[in-house]
Design a protein. Structure first.
Length: 284
């Protein structure tokens, strides 16, 4: 069965891979990350359909051109490969050399990077949704541990990329994530939002205020939702009510930080925030 090992000699491999990647332009590195994530998304999961015994010669030839072959590599190797790729991309995005390369980009190249961020982000969101779905379906099987580790690294990857995004793009990302059908994905999105607002609330200029205001219509319905409301329509997840309660708390915390930033310049827009937040916070 597929179990993540503590010592897979990942560190030397990652260090070499990151140093090699730094020899190329930041755009090239981001495109590479995008292709890697796309590959592990389409790569068959370890608990999916069993290998087909008979294949045409053409399909066998195409299969052998891939990095991993489901007919030749064990499920354990596929697990390790997915974990290693996810960890590599997260390590690269937080690598100081890569960050320095991004800072030194000219305005035209920086604009290209924004487009690349958006494409990479779509791959991460697809991966996060897929992992959450596999976790729900795995139940109490031995694979649950593997999916939890992969989910943690996927969220770490999302966190790393979020720190690189400009404010308007970050807001667009959060708006998509908090509407996801998976409870776990929504909760992680709100955790990232609350953390970023907490650390950046004093550094945001007036140009970012409009983007912050756009989050209010998204957060208010979450705060108003009932603790027993399960918008993900998922059964069998332990502590689901606790998850939904945590989502509402993160939404309230994010509204608090937004109010702290915009309260002095746009007091009129917080009338609805106050009217909807106070009943939630008051004892039932």
């Amino acid at each position: 069965m597929c179990r993540p090992t503590q010592n897979f000699e990942r560190r030397p491999i990652l260090e070499f891979a990151v140093k090699l990647s730094n020899c190329y332009s930041p755009v090239c590195q981001i495109v590479c990350c995008e292709k890697l994530l796309n590959y592990i998304i389409v790569l068959k999961d370890v608990d999916e359909t069993k290998e087909v015994a008979s294949r045409s010669k053409k399909s066998v030839h195409i299969e052998r051109t891939f990095v991993l072959n489901v007919e030749q590599h064990t499920p354990k190797l596929r697990c390790h490969f997915k974990l290693l790729v996810t960890e590599f991309v997260a390590t690269l995005l937080s690598n100081q050399c890569f960050l320095n390369q991004v800072v030194e980009l000219q305005s035209e190249q920086a604009e290209i990077m924004r487009t690349s961020y958006q494409t990479l982000l779509e791959k991460i969101l697809t991966s996060a949704h897929h992992v959450a779905d596999r976790m729900e379906k795995s139940g109490d099987s031995p694979l649950m541990k593997y999916w939890k580790v992969l989910q943690h690294r996927t969220y770490d990857l999302l966190d790393k990329l979020s720190s690189l995004l400009p404010s308007f793009l970050f807001v667009n990302v959060i708006n998509k994530l908090v509407r996801d059908s998976k409870t776990l994905v929504r909760r992680k999105a709100l955790e990232i939002l609350a953390t970023k607002l907490q650390h950046l609330s004093q550094q945001l200029d007036s140009g970012n205020h409009e983007s912050l205001a756009e989050l209010i219509p998204t957060l208010l319905p979450i705060v108003q939702s009932s603790e027993t409301d399960d918008r993900s329509n998922v059964n069998g997840i332990n502590g689901e009510t606790v998850e939904i309660s945590s989502i509402r708390q993160m939404a309230l915390l994010s509204l608090k930080h937004i109010c702290h930033v915009l309260g002095s310049t746009r007091p009129q827009i917080f009338e609805s925030v106050s009217c909807n937040s106070f009943p939630v916070c008051s004892p039932r």
